[in-house]
Design a protein around this ligand. Structure first.
Ligand code: FES
Length: 144
């Protein structure tokens, strides 16, 4: 899996057209293998794009326990967190360890053959500095 570093931009909360307004990257649909995955960096977040035809999912590759980067282990079809042994299945659901919720998702949009993925908005009270600045009132998820 390659890690593409693409241009990220801007700040704010939500654009008038209903899309998030903030750091994002844009790439071509053809850059993501059909049936495969591609990791991109959106601001300070590693995000994985998963594609099936023209269906896309964007998954934040940071553990929901304390924010360590997770790695996909294809042989096990699991994401591994190196910090405290957290494991997530191929849909991002917790299967083992300290995390209590699934990997977060990021907003992703497909326009013709152009994919735009935005920085995920995450609030994690136990680590207040974590993703500080990515919080938009009324738009963020409060996580216990
Ligand atoms: S940060 Fe991943 S299990 Fe603790």
């Amino acid at each position: 899996m390659g890690l593409a570093t693409l241009t990220a931009t801007a700040a704010g909360c939500r654009r008038h057209d209903g899309r998030p307004d903030g750091p994002h990257v844009t790439l071509r649909l053809a850059d993501i293998p059909d049936g495969g995955r591609l990791a991109v960096q959106v601001d300070d977040q590693p995000i994985e794009l998963l594609r099936t035809g023209r269906t896309l999912e964007a998954r934040l590759l940071l553990c929901t326990h304390m924010g360590c980067p997770v790695a996909w282990v294809a042989a096990e079809r699991r994401y591994h967190c190196p910090c405290h042994g957290g494991r997530f299945d191929d849909r991002g659901r917790v299967v083992e360890g300290s995390p209590t919720r699934a990997l977060d998702r990021a907003p992703v949009f497909l326009d013709d053959d152009r994919v735009t993925v935005y920085k995920a908005k995450v609030v994690k009270p136990s680590t207040a500095a974590f993703h500080q600045g990515a919080v938009c009132d009324g738009d963020s998820r409060r996580l216990g």
